[in-house]
Ligand binder design. Structure first.
Ligand SMILES: Cc1cc2nc3c(=O)[nH]c(=O)nc-3n(C[C@H](O)[C@H](O)[C@H](O)COP(=O)(O)OP(=O)(O)OC[C@H]3O[C@@H](n4cnc5c(N)ncnc54)[C@H](O)[C@@H]3O)c2cc1C
Length: 281
């Protein structure tokens, strides 16, 4: 398997946080995402600041809701038949065109009119200035990084680690009475006898920028199709408690792409064909 590096932001209900605390301490990072569209920067998920900046207004929550209700009524979609129609029926066409359309095309490599409506049950939409990306109150980044968590978890006499071992090459050696937690692609687990699921993966391009702070935040999304990557991560913002050098910062551009034989599958595409396969599994 290729070595892949991407940022992971733990966000928990309190209960699971307690389990993690056995293995690490967390810093105070609270996830926020911004998005670049049309040369301007907006808050995401769409909130009152996004709506006001986008429409150039200073609306109250009630006024913003009325404005979006009018946008939704303008298109009058009652029974959406694809993802695009569903999104427009939830937030209106202007916000869809700006913040959902291009990003979805890049993320899924597919025209949103070819994706089923049920992929988006809802679009997070806030009529207040809450800028938190996740709703979970418990968030943070492990202070010593992820390796230290796994080193502590695996440091137990009952744990054996076999690296570079394909589960399928040892499956026949595992007694049937053993409980197995398999974390690979679900279609492969069933030897693809119900069909192959569609998967997407991500690729990262690392760059050292010779400035102290490249983008002022950990994650900046790029909503337009004309920008080939989906987002830029700047790692110093995940660990505000650490001392970083001045005049130098690491960024990763993230690209969503089709899966090749060398890639790890990350996101199931979830087309209608995929959902038939999953139902049969
Ligand atoms: C780019 C990206 C960013 C994300 N960011 C966040 C985030 O910030 N916060 C969050 O909560 N979630 C995030 N997620 C989602 C989160 O990463 C996943 O939900 C989570 O990793 C799933 O855990 P898992 O153990 O099921 O699978 P994975 O983490 O995918 O682990 C599966 C493991 O199984 C191994 N494997 C697969 N097949 C085999 C095989 N045949 N034999 C042996 N080993 C095998 C793989 O190599 C891999 O190591 C993100 C996902 C992506 C793709």
């Amino acid at each position: 398997m290729p070595y892949v590096w991407f940022p992971h932001i733990p966000h928990f209900e309190r209960k699971s946080m307690e389990v993690h605390k056995r293995f690490c301490t967390f810093n105070n990072y609270y996830h926020k995402v911004l998005t670049d569209y049309g040369g301007k920067v907006y808050q995401i998920p769409i909130n009152l600041a996004t709506i006001n900046a986008f429409y150039g207004k200073s609306l109250t929550p009630f006024e913003a809701e009325k404005l979006l209700d009018a946008e939704i009524a303008k298109v009058g979609i009652q029974n959406p038949i694809n993802l695009e129609e569903k999104a427009i029926s939830l937030i209106g066409r202007p916000l869809y065109d700006a913040f959902i359309k291009g990003y979805t095309i890049k993320q899924w490599g597919t025209d949103p009119r070819r994706l089923p409506p049920y992929i988006i049950a809802r679009i997070p939409l806030r009529y207040n200035y809450n800028v938190n990306y996740f709703d979970d109150a418990w968030q943070g980044i492990p202070r010593d990084g992820y390796n230290s968590i796994f080193n502590r978890m695996l440091d137990h006499p009952n744990v054996q680690v076999h690296l570079n071992t394909d589960y399928f090459s040892i499956r026949h050696l595992i007694p049937e009475t053993c409980m197995v937690i398999y974390t690979g692609p679900v279609d492969r687990f069933f030897d693809c006898k119900h069909g192959k699921l569609g998967w997407r993966t991500v690729a990262f391009e690392k760059e050292v920028q010779h400035v102290t702070d490249f983008q002022g935040t950990a994650v900046m999304n790029y909503a337009e199709v004309s920008v080939p990557f989906t987002r830029i991560h700047e790692f110093r913002h995940y660990h505000e408690e650490r001392k970083y050098p001045r005049g130098k910062t690491v960024i990763f551009r993230e690209y969503s792409k089709e899966l090749t034989a060398d890639d790890d599958p990350y996101y199931p595409i979830n087309t209608e064909a995929d959902s038939v396969i999953l139902t049969n599994i």
